[in-house]
Design a protein. Structure first.
Length: 298
């Protein structure tokens, strides 16, 4: 059973052909998200048709992951923080049906990632888990008792990056809030804290391991922020498992320090929280999209 899986990111479009949980082909191209959703769909139509022609056989559907707030049941974009202008005005299922002859399903990208890790990745079989995706921002999602948590407005579980962890002298966040987790732990915040635009998780890891004093200070802030954020997610969603993904999850010492903070501060009389690191974070979203046509955890 084959599906097309499109992950519309902040700066790039990832398109994959997936058959029975195996990624047959993966294509990543930069996209101008400021050009508007209609232009993005023109680009996506061409790429989908080309990929379908390269793999013979029947296609079950197209899964689309979007970095915003969605009505997933209605397959409609509600809000996407200034990018993909006009996405909320477009009938996406109609576009997919008319342009590609495919049924389309739509899901938030962090939610797709946790589903992909549970159905095909490093978190197989987990039923009560939260995910933190360490990137430009901190994306989160939650699965409770085997079901992805969505909530009345489709936002439940997604805003863990905007849990406030410092209300007194908290940093201003891009969401309008104060002291949010991602205002300390996202790479946009890391650049500000370092007063250096070249700073990211790789740079932090390199400088930290070399014993650089500024990197040690930033490491301490990030580890505590991620730990405090994870504690709040565990408490909010009664999670047994924390899954780390995204570029920052490759920094093992940072995750270990965050985990130590969690064990010191979390309240879980039922037992001990388990930590999992996504082994192939680059595939988790597309495998989650594939799951929408196959699995029950979605
Ligand atoms: Zn925020």
């Amino acid at each position: 059973m084959k599906t097309l899986c499109a992950d519309l990111g902040g700066t790039r479009l990832k398109l994959a052909a997936v058959e029975n949980g195996v990624v047959l082909e993966n294509e990543v191209t930069p996209i101008d998200t400021n050009a508007g959703m209609e232009r993005v769909l023109e680009n996506l139509t061409v790429r989908c048709r080309a990929m379908m022609s390269r793999h013979a056989g029947e296609w079950k559907g197209l899964g689309v992951a979007f970095p915003g707030i969605l009505d997933e049941a209605a397959r409609h974009v509600i809000y996407c923080s200034g990018k993909y202008a006009g996405a909320d005005k477009i009938d996406l299922p109609k576009w997919a049906s008319e342009s590609l002859g495919l049924e389309m399903k739509l899901i938030n990208d962090a939610r797709a990632a946790i589903i992909g890790e549970i159905n095909y990745g490093s978190a197989t079989g987990e039923t009560d888990a939260v995910m933190l995706i360490l990137g430009t921002g901190i994306g989160t999602a939650a699965v409770c008792q085997g079901k992805v948590y969505r909530g009345k407005h489709g936002m439940a579980g997604l805003l863990g990056g905007h849990f406030s962890i410092d209300f007194d002298n908290g940093r201003k966040c891009i969401c309008g809030g104060t002291g949010c987790l991602e205002a300390y732990a996202g790479t946009w915040a890391l650049k500000e804290l370092a007063e250096d635009k070249s700073y990211d998780f790789q740079r932090l890891e390199r400088d930290y391991l070399a014993g650089d004093e500024k990197a040690k200070m930033l490491f301490g802030i990030q580890a505590k922020a991620l730990g405090a954020g994870a504690v709040s997610l565990i408490h909010a969603f009664d999670a047994e498992t924390v899954i780390f993904s995204g570029g920052g999850s490759r920094f093992a010492a940072l995750l270990e320090a965050a985990e130590a903070y969690v064990y010191e501060h979390v309240w879980t009389p039922w037992g001990k929280v388990k930590f999992i690191v996504a082994q192939h974070p680059e595939d988790s979203v597309v495998l989650g999209l594939h799951s929408l046509f196959v699995h029950h955890v979605c």
